[in-house]
Design a protein around this ligand. Sequence first.
Ligand SMILES: C[S@@+](CC[C@H](N)C(=O)[O-])C[C@H]1O[C@@H](n2cnc3c(N)ncnc32)[C@H](O)[C@@H]1O
Length: 290
Amino acid sequence: MSELAEWDIVTGVGITALGVAAGRAMETHRDGGLVSDPYAEAFVRAAATPVPMPTRLDATDEREMPWTSMADYMGVRSRFFDDYFAEVARAGVDQVVLLAAGLDVRAYRLDWPDGTTVYELDAPKVLSFKDDVLAQQGAAPRADRRVVSVDLREDWRGPLREKGFDPGRPSAWLAEGLLPFLPNAAKERLFRFVSELSAPGSRFEVEHIDDVRGMLQEESAQRARDLFGVDIETLWPDDGPFAAAAWLADHEWEVDVVRSSEVAERLGRTLDGPDHDPARSSVFVTAVRL
Ligand SMILES: C[S@@+](CC[C@H](N)C(=O)[O-])C[C@H]1O[C@@H](n2cnc3c(N)ncnc32)[C@H](O)[C@@H]1O
């Protein structure tokens, strides 16, 4: 394993998992919240973050607007992918793979049919922090949850299969909050691996930001520093565009794309304001393996 073995929850890429958990905590506490995440606040409280991360919108100060934006976006994104998993369950797919699971607790908070296995792939120290907090909280998964410590830029197929994943049966995959961290060559490799391991009828859901370069502009980078205390430029390779939906359509996936701002509108939220960077250019790609 690469330097990823050293990434923990408060340095480098790990802290972004805490930042999105803070957004989910805020959304959870909000009237009419789009996600109810019972452990998001506990994760944030358990970590010694370099900058304070609020877990309630009424606790935010002058940084209120970016955090409101974060809560909105996390609510919309979580609800969209929660609905996807409800559909997956109805379709009888019982193998779920969360690529870069971070502090996602869907294995604990969604209603999985008996016999569902949820594989969570991420960096080892992120996963061990998560396990410790969940154990302190007395949390019990509602599916057969299996963690797989890997670097997603490398070849993670063996470790996933060793944990019991069966490529001969349909599966459901999620890449939420992951692609911008991967160089384009690694994105393509990841897509190839998912395609190879996906039996016909499998589903793949991807959150994709077309304009990563725009996200690296000074104003956005400063916002990431304010919110998370990290230099986003050191985490997101500036590699130019990656045509996620087109790649999948060219590789035997039936593809549907929706802008997150459209999803937000359906859910009664607005994401298009000037303080809504990630949302401004993100799309949710839904793919079904042919
Ligand atoms: C913004 S968080 C999103 C986590 C989760 N999907 C969610 O939405 O709550 C990004 C996650 O990607 C993971 N990550 C980034 N690059 C990775 C890599 N090369 N291998 C494994 N995990 C990676 C980080 O550890 C972190 O947990």
